[in-house]
Design a protein around this ligand. Structure first.
Ligand SMILES: NC(=O)c1ccc[n+]([C@@H]2O[C@H](COP(=O)([O-])OP(=O)(O)OC[C@H]3O[C@@H](n4cnc5c(N)ncnc54)[C@H](OP(=O)(O)O)[C@@H]3O)[C@@H](O)[C@H]2O)c1
Length: 456
């Protein structure tokens, strides 16, 4: 591995050097173990600790297939899907690997007693399989997480519609939280040159998801002037949704749960902010019963912030806890666009507010090839910025996942894989200098919060 890292760190390495670099037989990877699927049985979700289920193992380098690339991973990031995988909820990801394994002899490689997780990476191509012309060893890349086969016409207009659509590193093996990763080369995109490895690795999954969900016509198709209610506006998805709303001439109404998170939204440029903890919304009276007066109170607060207007779009992902309120506060003809159900997937809402006011609920999931490319292009041009607040070494991925599980983080939590330290990999210092305050925004506010906590 040292030879690979030396080649990446040397400014003089050529494509030929990378093509000839010796590949190791094994690599270090963050894994789940199939024989531990039941380890948390009977515990509450919150008590399931990713630090005990995520292991750092030495695993075999997978055989490279046609149309694939083996990538040296400099950095990755924690997504909520790694939280789901690590607590084996709502199902164990080993079921995904078994099903994938039945597809073909090549897919069978993924069905192993361990699962290398992680759906983001920034790194360097080491080898490409047969039939790959667009990428070569030495290319600096990021990878999006859409894995598709495209043998059915269903996915030919919108690659998310492929019947064999999977999220790499969640529904497939050989993910990004490791020193090496195996991807299909159609997942590769150029690494934004002005970012460090850990910054470049962090937007991938959430940025592409927010782009389809909010901006794309496949999602809410946001337009200038729209009011957009964004739940978790300083979190993984929300920190990108807020940027897209601001960059697209819309007005984000940011919902967060602390003054620190409100500060982050303000620093991004949002003005309408709701601290849901301070304002004490309780949309559920008990497990079975919602409280429409609380939906109304939220709607009233939104009108105060917008000068009497309702929201055109609700950017939904908390799910059960907020969905009734989201449907209620959407304006006549507006759209609730949902990509998740963090607090529970059995939603309940009053359908009278949906049909009588001609509202739409739109389901959205990750992004198609093109949407992921467009979202990455905006990062590469410095129009959308990474939101890394903290970075952990690969050895502490369990702690990084626990931070996200317990909602103790801001924006994105990065993970260094082969990169020996933060701050490496910048190739366009001039573009970086132009956007430095925006690139560092989440990190600096997070550090300020930690300092304030220490002083108190
Ligand atoms: N379908 C897809 O393609 C896709 C892609 C990415 C993520 N997801 C899913 O989307 C969800 C969010 O992902 P993320 O990366 O944004 O996670 P995240 O970084 O944890 O951010 C989510 C934010 O939502 C807010 N939130 C959490 N529970 C809430 C509740 N009960 N009521 C109101 N707000 C709540 C929290 O913000 P405050 O505490 O500040 O309010 C939290 O920071 C996860 O379930 C993830 O699996 C789906």
């Amino acid at each position: 591995m040292k030879e690979i890292l030396d080649a990446i760190l040397s400014p003089d390495s050529t494509a030929a050097d990378f093509a000839h670099v010796k590949l190791p037989e094994s690599y270090r990877a963050v894994t789940l173990h199939k024989d531990e699927e039941q380890m948390f049985a009977g515990l509450d979700s919150r008590d399931k600790d990713p630090r005990t289920s995520l292991h750092l193992d030495e695993v075999a380098v997978p055989e490279l297939g046609p149309g694939e690339a083996l990538v040296a991973v400099m950095a990755s990031a924690v997504n909520y899907n790694t939280v789901w995988s690590s607590i084996f909820e709502p199902v164990s990801t080993f079921g995904f690997l078994e099903r994938y394994g039945r597809l073909s002899p090549l897919a069978k490689r993924h069905d192993l007693p361990y699962h290398v997780v992680g759906s983001d990476l920034a790194g360097v191509v080491l080898r490409t399989g047969a039939g790959v012309n667009a990428w070569k060893p030495g290319d600096e890349v990021v990878a999006h997480c859409l894995s598709v086969e495209l043998e059915s016409s269903d996915g030919h207009n919108d690659t998310m519609m492929d019947p064999e659509q999977r999220i790499w590193g969640f529904e497939t093996n050989f993910g990004g939280l490791a020193q090496l990763a195996l991807v299909k080369t159609n997942q590769l995109m150029p690494k934004p040159a002005h970012l460090t490895w850990e910054e470049a690795a962090s937007p991938g999954l959430v940025n592409s998801t927010a782009y389809r969900q909010l901006v794309s016509r496949n999602g809410a198709g946001m337009k200038q002037g729209d009011n957009v209610l964004i739940w978790g506006a300083s979190g993984g998805l929300g920190s990108y949704a807020t940027q897209y709303a601001l960059a697209g001439g819309a007005t984000p109404i940011c919902v967060v749960s602390s003054p620190q998170k409100a500060d982050i939204c303000r620093a991004m440029g949002a003005e309408a902010i709701i601290d849901r903890s301070a304002e004490g919304y309780r949309f559920w009276k008990d497990e079975q019963t919602q409280d429409p007066r609380e939906w109304k109170r939220l709607g009233g607060r939104i009108r105060e912030l917008t000068g009497g207007e309702d929201v055109d779009i609700v950017f939904e992902h908390p799910g059960r806890e907020t969905f009734g309120a989201s449907v209620y506060v959407t304006r006549k003809g507006g759209t609730v666009v949902t990509c998740a159900s963090t607090s529970g997937f059995m939603h309940q809402y009053d359908n009278r507010y949906l049909w009588m006011s001609l509202k739409r609920i739109v389901g959205s999931h990750f992004a198609n090839y093109r949407e992921a490319w467009e979202a990455n292009r905006l990062v590469a041009k410095g129009k959308i910025h990474p939101t890394v607040s903290k970075v952990y070494p690969l050895e502490q991925t369990g702690q990084a996942a626990l931070d996200v599980h317990h909602n103790k983080h801001q924006g994105k939590v990065g993970v260094l894989c082969l990169a020996p330290e933060e701050g490496l990999g910048v190739r366009d210092a001039e573009l970086r200098a132009r956007h430095l305050p925006a690139i560092n925004l989440f990190r600096e506010l997070d550090e300020r919060t930690i300092r304030r906590g220490r002083d108190n």
